[in-house]
Design a protein around this ligand. Structure first.
Ligand code: FES
Length: 160
């Protein structure tokens, strides 16, 4: 516990030192910290407040405004279901709903065991392949509801 606190504190301090002082550096600092630590924990925000002199309330205010920032640890497997126009017109809402029902979570949440995270995303830039789900960074083209359980079964085997 103490070691973790020391690591977070020194990591945050090192990152903050790379940027000019001032509020304009807050977003790049938050991005850098999240990339390094995986998410913005309560402790991370406290350390950021100490290192930047910006209050933790203000840091939360900025971070919660942007969907790119997360406040819980990333899941072992991340499933991003595209809801951009090309995917939407082909019925991607049903793909997302199927993932939600099978995982018993809503988009934006992770399963309680931390294995699966589900996200609704805007166009991922490969509309010709609609419908698209990006699983652990890999684009799954031509998604259909039938493929949802297949993907989850495959991931569950990887988890085991
Ligand atoms: S709308 Fe889904 S990839 Fe563009």
């Amino acid at each position: 516990m103490i070691d973790t606190a020391i690591d977070v504190g020194s990591t945050v301090a090192e990152i903050v030192d790379r940027y000019p002082a001032g509020r304009e550096s807050l977003i790049p600092i938050l991005q850098d910290v999240q990339e390094t630590l995986g998410y913005l924990s309560e402790e991370t925000v406290e350390r950021l407040a100490e290192a930047t002199g910006i209050s933790d309330n203000e840091i939360y205010g900025v971070a919660t405004f942007y969907t790119q920032f997360r406040f819980t640890p990333p899941a072992a497997h991340t499933i991003r279901v595209c809801q951009g126009t090309a995917c939407h017109v082909r019925g991607s809402h049903q793909i997302l709903r199927d993932f939600e029902e099978r995982l018993h979570i809503k988009a934006g949440e992770s399963t309680t065991d931390g294995q699966f995270g589900l996200e609704r995303v805007a166009c991922v830039g490969c509309c010709a392949l609609a419908q698209v789900a990006v699983v652990d960074g890999k684009v799954n083209a031509g998604m259909t509801p039938r493929r949802v359980p297949l993907i989850l079964n495959k991931l569950a085997r990887v988890v085991e």
